[in-house]
Structure formats: structure tokens, C-alpha cells
Design a protein around this ligand. Structure first.
Ligand SMILES: CC(=O)SCCNC(=O)CCNC(=O)[C@H](O)C(C)(C)COP(=O)(O)OP(=O)(O)OC[C@H]1O[C@@H](n2cnc3c(N)ncnc32)[C@H](O)[C@@H]1OP(=O)(O)O
Length: 209
């Protein structure tokens, strides 16, 4: 029996749990701070909150954070790391990860994602369904590359950045930390720290105040 705890009983968490089963984890349980109100997440039980997980780590062979929000995922990952939790990464059986790519601790790589040669992915990042991260990309910690997003060769993505669904990023572009790339954007120039860019070609998004 391989027992996995997933911290974060969300929709994203369910994809993590489903992926884990396909990776051979045959006893998957959730923990979430909405427990005890939240008892079930799809097919899987919610067994306690973060404190319960930290207190009961010895019952699990692996732990992964199933929280989509980059900042919250980072906080929870650090809590687990600090107590020596057995943090694992998950790579869906249909994902293609070059043997010359590197994946940090606690990453999830979902169905049909492609991580190409010499790409380097930091800890706690989400490589979501059918995204592609091409050769020599450097993706930071707790980044989210959304479904179908495309990073061309040599792109750099800073910590905590979220690349939205279906976005494309031209080769060698540098996206700094904490940025947001909108759904469907085509990024052709560098993106400064913490800004949101949208459109084709992508520009800094001006919101109505
Ligand atoms: C499995 C999963 O589900 S993974 C999750 C995948 N989800 C995503 O990738 C979502 C990414 N998020 C987005 O694209 C969002 O629309 C954001 C972050 C860019 C903007 O969100 P908000 O800050 O809430 O902005 P809001 O929706 O109020 O829109 C503000 C303006 O930006 C425009 N805008 C919003 N999104 C986009 C976009 N993707 N492209 C172009 N313009 C956009 C709006 O039309 C609006 O324009 P206006 O001021 O002229 O009316």
C-alpha cells in the first residue's frame, strides 16, 4: 500500500489525486483547513486540517500540496518542508518529461504535458494539462503553467508567476516573479515583476478602477 496525503481539497486537488492514482499511489487522502465541514473531495475522503496532517505525517509515504493558488501553495509547502515531510512530485503517465530536464520537489505534471530537454522547473510548480515547456526554459518555484500554455525555448518564468490557460510565450522572453499572464495572451517581450499582461501581443492590463 502506497499512502499519499494531498493538502488542499479543491478541484485542482482532485486532479492531483487522480494523477497520483495513475502513478501508483493506491490510498489517497485529503487534508484541508475547511475540515471538518468538508469531509469528501470527489472520490477521496478529507481526513483533517493542516495541523492534523503535520501531526500524522508518519502515516503517509508521500505528501503533495494540491492548492492552485501559488502563494498559498508556497506557504503550505514550506510548512511541510520545515517538518521534514516526505514531499513528492507527480508526473502523469502520459506526460513527457525529458530525462535531461529537472523537476523540483513537490511539482505536479499533468496529462499530456511536455517538458523538453534541459528545462529546469523549481519546487512546487504546476505544469497543467497539455502545457509545454520547451528546451532550456527556467521555471521558478510555485509557478503555475495552465492547461495548454506554451513556453518556447529558453523562456524564464520567475517564482509565483501564473501563466494562464492557452497563453504562448516567445522564445527567450523573461517573465519576472509574481506576474500574471492572462488566458490566451501571446507574450513577445519581457514582463516586469508582479504585473498582469493580456492580449495578442500581450500588454500590461489596465483595469477599470
Ligand atoms: C484547470 C484550470 O482551470 S487552471 C486555471 C486556468 N485559468 C486561467 O488561466 C485564468 C487566467 N485569468 C485571466 O485571464 C483573468 O481574466 C485575468 C487575471 C487576466 C484578469 O482577471 P481580473 O483581474 O478579474 O480582470 P477582469 O475579468 O475584471 O477584466 C479586466 C479587464 O481585462 C480584460 N481581460 C480579462 N481577461 C483577459 C484576457 N484573458 N485577455 C484579454 N483581456 C482580458 C477584461 O475584458 C476587462 O477589460 P475592460 O476593463 O476593458 O472591461
Amino acid at each position: 500500500m502506497k499512502r499519499l496525503a494531498v493538502l488542499g481539497a479543491s478541484g485542482h486537488g482532485k486532479v492531483v489525486a487522480d494523477c497520483a492514482e495513475l502513478c501508483g499511489w493506491n490510498a489517497v487522502s485529503f487534508f484541508d483547513d475547511a475540515w471538518p465541514a468538508l469531509q469528501q473531495n470527489g472520490a477521496w475522503p478529507v481526513k483533517g486540517n493542516t495541523e492534523d496532517l503535520l501531526a500524522g505525517l508518519s502515516s503517509y509515504d508521500g505528501v503533495v500540496v494540491g492548492i492552485g493558488n501559488n502563494k498559498i501553495r508556497q506557504v503550505k509547502l514550506k510548512q511541510l518542508f520545515d517538518v521534514g515531510a516526505p514531499i513528492v512530485s507527480l508526473v502523469h503517465p502520459t506526460a513527457v518529461v525529458s530525462q535531461h530536464a529537472s523537476l523540483g520537489l513537490g511539482c505536479v505534471v499533468f496529462a499530456n504535458a511536455v517538458i523538453n530537454v534541459d528545462a529546469c522547473i523549481g519546487a512546487g510548480s504546476i505544469l497543467n494539462t497539455a502545457c509545454s515547456v520547451d528546451h532550456d526554459c527556467v521555471v521558478g518555484d510555485c509557478v503555475h503553467i495552465s492547461p495548454g500554455a506554451r513556453l518556447a525555448g529558453g523562456v524564464k518564468v520567475g517564482n509565483l508567476t501564473w501563466v494562464g490557460i492557452g497563453a504562448s510565450v516567445r522564445q527567450l522572453v523573461n517573465i519576472e516573479s509574481g506576474a500574471m499572464v492572462a488566458a490566451g495572451a501571446v507574450v513577445v517581450q519581457d514582463v516586469p515583476q508582479g504585473v498582469t499582461v493580456a492580449g495578442v501581443p500581450a500588454h500590461i492590463l489596465h483595469r477599470k478602477e
